[in-house]
Write a new protein. Structure first.
Length: 166
């Protein structure tokens, strides 16, 4: 059990130096992004970390670039992890946002790299889900625009990048 809690800080130490994302000013055209994380994971819970950058090149040194930032941290039952922006964030329009989405449970983790261009006044919901633990690791991220009036979710295509090495 102690090893599980120690692994998370080690996995994230490469991203620990990233600044926290700063939302655009209220008078700037923007879109809203919320994230829901739902994994089958061990009883000790899991955490989902989402880092972002706005560089055109997604893989390589991009997540160490000047535009990289910690965007959202969601946690289920780990007292050592503090959530960050659990209710979502505003994204500027006109930028390509690339995400490193990593979910961790004990010694298991699953990472996805994906990007999209948000459109003005849209409400986006990202669903991150899968399995972490003894039965293997599998994760996926799905993106939807959400119309609050009609209560309809419309899928949005992410551009997936497989497993970058950075």
């Amino acid at each position: 059990m102690r090893v599980s809690f120690l692994l998370i800080p080690l996995l994230l130490s490469g991203c620990a130096g990233l600044p926290t994302y700063i939302e655009p000013p209220t008078n700037t055209p923007s879109a809203q992004l919320t994230v829901i994380s739902n994994f089958d994971a061990p009883f000790l819970g899991y955490s989902t970390f989402i880092n972002v950058h706005t560089e055109e090149d997604t893989c390589g040194k991009s997540f160490g670039s000047k535009s990289a930032a910690k965007l959202i941290v969601l946690d289920d039952s780990n007292p050592l992890i503090s959530e960050l922006n659990p209710d979502g964030v505003k994204l500027s329009v006109g930028n390509k946002y690339s995400f490193m989405i990593m979910s961790v449970a004990g010694m298991d983790n699953c990472t996805i790299y994906a990007s999209f261009n948000p459109e003005i006044n849209q409400y986006y919901k990202m669903n991150v889900s899968g399995v972490l633990g003894l039965s293997g690791n599998m994760c996926k991220a799905e993106l939807y625009t959400y119309n609050e009036i009609t209560d309809i979710a419309i899928p949005v295509d992410f551009t997936y990048y497989g497993h970058c090495k950075d």
